[in-house]
Design a protein around this ligand. Sequence first.
Ligand SMILES: *Cc1c(COP(=O)(O)O)cnc(C)c1O
Length: 362
Amino acid sequence: MSFERKNIQAMAGYASGEQPDSTDVIKLNTNENPYPPGPAVVAALSGIHVDNLRRYPPPTASALRESLARLHAVNPDNIIVTNGGDELLRLVLATFVAPDECIGIAEPSYSLYEVLAAAHGCKLQNFALQSDWKMSTDFAQQLNAANIKLCFVVNPHAPSGVLTSAAEIEKLARDFKGVLVIDEAYVDFVDPSASHDCIPIIRQLENVIILRTFSKGYSLAGLRMAYGIGAKSLIDPMQYKTKDSYNTDFIAQTLAQAAIEDQTYAKFTWRQVRDQRHWLTNELARLNLFCPPSQSNFLLVEVPPTHSAAILYQALKSQGILVRYFNLPGLANRLRITVGTVAQNSKLIKVLMSILNMGSDT
Ligand SMILES: *Cc1c(COP(=O)(O)O)cnc(C)c1O
């Protein structure tokens, strides 16, 4: 006998990427920033006194929200700080979607959306992306016709890394009648010259929530901190009704604020990742491994028909390199590889060369 609700009983949990205990493994499977948190975070951590933990933390992370508001030139009321982006995703469902309503997802995408929808018990409809990994031009009309209440769009897209321009996102937001959640988990790695700033949209439209996280751009996946940006009318009900009263802790708020205040260090890591993304894309192409143009910190590599992505994944793993293989329709002949440090990326290329029998003598 089971006490689970029917929808919980029927659902599968989220399958996260492997997190090996060994530090010898070259970990290019879960899109973490390969550089450590910056010196400001180290200093903030050593400055925390245990007595600070006696009291409850600021319930809405007010000091951190002030810093974030300054950084993005919005009002603190436009920001909600959450225990990782995953909490924000859960909150938008709890706050805006009734069990008999339907959410929309452009597939393939972040697999957690489906898991959260199943746990919430709402309906979900998938909309296929085009072959270039972009949304079709009539995506908003498709969503409206299906009476979609809330739609998740990840930009730059995961797992392809392809960027949709801010103008295209704005058009989608204007035409769509429901709540549009723009998941910008990887936006920090976008080339500054590419059009991608969606924050002005939230000043004009009341149906847009942008997700940002400290997990990728700020090298703090272990801290579990993220935030949403949107109109006050969207943020308030989550801030004051549906989130846990103390959803982020004192240590996390302090370290996240230190990270935000040190943009120089963060930007240094983003530039390194962009340079290495460029290098890795070219080196992979020389091995006949091609990928869509990525503005993210990962590459979705297409494995040619002469080889199998599943076997290549295993071969890399046996040599101590972890990448991500998704045994899913449309992704089964691909590997998603996180951009690592200079040393990690050159090791990856060397090992790939030997596995694919393309030694430097050929
Ligand atoms: C990493 C990620 C998030 C947020 O992750 P958190 O660690 O929970 O902040 C959200 N969306 C996508 C697509 C991601 O890859």
